[in-house]
Design a protein around this ligand. Structure first.
Ligand SMILES: [Zn+2]
Ligand SMILES: [Zn+2]
Length: 852
């Protein structure tokens, strides 16, 4: 039995060489160092290593096996061999090779760990070891590890080695401790061991920091005082400092320097020069450099494409992009991303998607920047489906979604923004919640708050903003965050909250962005009904732009102070600012809401004749509104017929409401039919038409419209009004009895109505149709949301101070009449914002003078 066993073993001899048949030797090769060097794969190297051990071939040094493993990318096998080797200065080389290798693989933790093992095993690191370990510490970045390596350097006397010290400077800079970097550099300088690399390292550190100015100072010291040899790297660093400072004049000096020293021929210097000019908005200078470059690489082309794209010369960017394709220059992800970003910024989302598909068909992998640009493209056209596809794509590429990686966070922020802008605020919020709170940055908060402010519930925006400050590590809002919150306040007319934010802005001195924030403040105050505060902000601005002026004009328009709007408009032109189409829109709106028909028509005329602006549908809608309110309905109709474009639904709605005011049934029917044909979502038109019929006592038609409304499944947005009280906001719907103080509210209301009836108030029953669905609810006229809100305001507001009411729809005519009467008998100014404008009721009159 035993024999048989032996036989079996013998019949299948454990010949190692059969296993390495791939050497294509017919006979077993002799294991030599040369053979080891020639092996073509890790498997082969392992097999030879195995044979060395089996045959105990001591003549082959371990270092040769290590070399084979190094060349076949097996760091952990190298490590296991090195761990068994006894320390010797001649073999430190292999530790260095190992550490360098893992650093190149970006396995920085391993690099540090290997270094640790090396010293623990009694090896002596040399001046080649430290730079690699320090690089790993800087890349992590880890200040504690870096400084522990520094301690070893000091203990082992390498602290005067220029090679090691340069690496120390770079490490401290990467860890964000520029002070330490500067200290090491200063010591080196004192000892006189600084070389060009030392200067370049500290220059690069400052160029990349917020203190680029200091970098430029160092450069002049380096080239003028100390007269150290400047090289191409130096110039690249200095140009990057100039670019981040936007200092083109200094950049030009460096340019001259590069020309005189011949470094201009260096493609890196050329690229840095172009980048500097592009960032200083001097694309003409940039293109000159580009054209003169003898050697261009893909970075040169990319710099120009993204430069043009960023300054808004998208046509030039595209032309260059096409040229690159024609000249068969390899397009990399940066080029493609720049073009995708260019389309996205212009709101051409579908083109951006198209370019992305072309990029994919070229076999290129998008990076975070590409995905962010693509998502902003999707957001710009509301392409939710494409946005979701991009999301899936990101998930497929090992996207964790918790924001732990900086690039990934950038993509998540873009996803939140995309979902919010595509009206999927809940999905946006789910993304936001999935990010670990400690990983959220200011952009994360801002996109979410902005999403709520513009596309969701503005109250949620305010709540989230408050939450920003309650974090373990509070995130400081930036100017964009502030503007988003102010938008939310403006939507809610949340004056109290808006004032708090104003105070916060003043305390925290958002000076560098004062213009941007101040414009938002003007808008917030005027939409919240405090026109004087809006004016104050405007008057106190150190600097104003066309947006500031337009916002103020808009404010006066909203509050029915057309005369003031005109004065502001004239002043704006005197100051040399050129009004654009938005300014004109604000002007036309102001005229229409103040009944200034002639002025409105004059500006409408000037728009194209003097300013060469072709009026858009919004401008037409304003003029139709203006003429309609004034009862000049035929003129309005003439204007519509002469329009160079198809009339938009807003234009017909404007005409329809004019018809309602002036009881023009025939034209009203025409406008309503046009709206039906356009299948517009604006179902307020049904209500308007049914009001016109009711006014003309054509009850059959009223009934017909109501059936139509029911059949088309039209759901009316419920009217709702809210008042800002000391204890927060109270919201009321029609017939609302949910408020804890509802009994008192109704008592006040009944009393008020009784009193104003004696003064001549007669309820206008036709308006009952505005806010109710069923005719049996006609008596609800008394309980309209704005009346309830007013009663609550009277109940809770200190005598003499204004009551501010906001309504989500237009105020109804009966409420308007009733509130006008009530303003005669109460001691408050009543400021009511409805969906179209402000009404200031005081002593029996309203600032709208009936134009609403
Ligand atoms: Zn009403
Ligand atoms: Zn009014």
């Amino acid at each position: 039995m035993l024999c048989r066993h032996i036989f079996l073993l013998k019949s299948k001899p454990p010949n190692p060489f059969t296993a390495i048949k791939f050497f294509s030797f017919s006979t077993a090769p002799c294991i030599t160092s040369v053979l080891l060097k020639q092996c073509k794969s890790l498997t082969q190297a392992k097999l030879i290593h195995q044979q060395i051990l089996v045959q105990n071939l001591t003549h082959i040094p371990t270092s040769h096996v290590i070399a084979a493993y190094v060349s076949h990318n097996a760091p952990f096998l190298v490590l296991s061999l090195l761990q068994r080797l006894s320390p010797s200065p001649s073999s430190v080389f292999w530790w260095n090779a190992l550490i360098r290798y893992v650093v190149r693989l970006r396995l920085f933790d391993n690099a540090f760990d290997f270094f640790h093992q090396m010293t623990r095993l009694g090896w002596r690191p040399d001046d080649y070891t430290f730079p690699f370990v320090l690089k790993a510490c800087g890349e992590l970045p880890s200040f504690p590890r870096g400084s522990s390596v520094h301690a070893v350097i000091y203990a082992r006397g390498f602290d005067s080695n220029v090679f090691v010290c340069n690496a120390l400077v770079a490490m401290y800079a990467r860890c964000g401790t520029l002070g330490y970097a500067q200290q090491i550099f200063d010591e080196m300088f004192q000892w006189g061991i600084c070389d060009t690399v030392s200067w370049n390292t500290i220059l690069a550190a400052y160029a990349q920091s917020r203190d680029a100015e200091r970098g430029l100072m160092l450069f002049s010291r380096m080239s003028d005082d100390v007269k150290v040899q400047v090289d191409g790297v130096t110039l690249v660093n200095v140009l990057s400092a100039c670019a981040s400072l936007g200092s083109w004049s200094r950049g030009k000096q460096v340019h001259a320097h590069a020309v005189s020293t011949g470094f201009i021929a260096d493609v890196f210097v050329g690229n840095a020069l172009m980048d500097m000019y592009a960032k200083c908005n001097m694309m003409e200078e940039g293109i000159k450099v580009f054209e003169r470059m003898k050697v261009k690489d893909v970075v040169s082309w990319n710099t120009m494409v993204s430069g043009y794209s960023k300054v808004g010369s998208f046509e030039d960017a595209l032309a260059l992009f096409e040229k690159m394709r024609q000249e068969k220059i390899e397009l990399n992800v940066v080029t493609w991303s720049a073009v995708i970003a260019g389309y996205a910024q212009r709101g051409h989302g579908y083109q951006a998607l198209d370019v992305f598909r072309q990029m994919q068909s070229c076999g290129l992998e998008p990076n975070a920047v590409t995905l962010v640009s693509l998502l902003s493209g999707c957001a710009s056209v509301g392409a939710l489906l494409h946005g979701k596809e991009t999301h899936c794509y990101a998930i497929k590429r090992a996207f964790k979604g918790d924001g732990s990686d900086q690039n990934e966070l950038m993509v998540i922020n873009a996803l939140i923004d995309m979902y919010a802008k595509c009206n999927s605020v809940n999905l946006a919020r789910a993304m936001f919640d999935a990010i670990a709170p400690k990983n959220r940055d200011v952009a994360t908060w801002t996109v979410m708050i902005g999403g709520y402010a513009q596309h969701g519930e503005a109250n949620d925006a305010l709540a989230l903003f408050a939450q920003m400050f309650q974090q373990d590590k509070p995130v400081k809002p930036n100017a964009f965050t502030i503007s988003c919150v102010l938008t939310a306040c403006a939507r809610l007319a949340a004056l109290r909250f808006g004032r708090q934010i104003h105070a916060y802005v003043l305390r925290n001195q958002y000076e560098t962005v004062s213009l941007f924030v101040a414009n938002c403040l003007i808008d917030m105050y005027s939409r919240s009904g405090d026109l004087d505060a809006a004016r104050d902000v405007f008057d106190n601005m150190k600097q104003r732009n066309d947006v500031s002026w337009t916002s103020l004009i808009m404010s006066y328009g909203m509050h029915g102070q057309g005369d003031e709007a005109l004065i502001v408009f004239d002043k704006m032109r005197k100051e040399g600012l050129v009004p654009d189409e938005v300014t004109f829109l604000a002007m036309l709106y102001a005229c229409s809401h103040s009944g200034m028909v002639d002025h409105g028509l004059k500006y409408f005329d000037e728009l194209s004749k003097e300013f060469g602006i072709a009026p858009g549908p919004e401008h037409y809608a304003c003029i139709v509104d203006l003429l309609g309110r004034a009862g000049r309905l035929d003129e309005a109709m003439e204007l519509i017929e002469g329009m160079p474009m198809e009339p938009s639904p807003t234009i017909w709605v404007a005409l329809l409401s004019g018809c309602r005011i002036h009881a023009n049934v025939e034209l009203g029917e025409h406008a309503a039919n046009q709206l039906l044909e356009l299948k517009s979502e604006n179902n307020g038109s049904y209500t308007l038409l049914s009001n016109i019929y009711a006014n003309a006592r054509r009850w059959k038609d009223v009934a017909r419209i109501r059936t139509l409304m029911k059949r088309t499944g039209y759901k009316k947005r419920p009217g709702c009004s809210w008042v800002q009280g000391k204890k927060g906001t109270a919201t009321f719907f029609v017939g609302d009895r949910t408020h804890p103080q509802f009994q008192q509210i109704y008592e006040i209301l009944v009393d008020l109505i009784k009193r104003i009836k004696t003064m001549g108030y007669i309820p206008e029953m036709s308006f009952a149709l505005h806010d109710v669905d069923d005719e049996e609810k006609v008596d609800l006229l008394l309980e309209h949301s704005e009346k309830l809100a007013l009663a609550y305001g009277i109940l809770t507001t200190a005598p003499g101070s204004p009551i501010r009411i906001t309504k989500n729809l237009r105020i109804c005519g009966d409420c308007h009449t009733a509130i006008t009467f009530i303003s005669m008998i109460i001691d408050h100014e009543i400021i009511l914002r409805d969906s179209s404008r402000f009404h200031h009721f005081k002593e029996g009159s309203c600032t709208c003078k009936g134009y609403w």
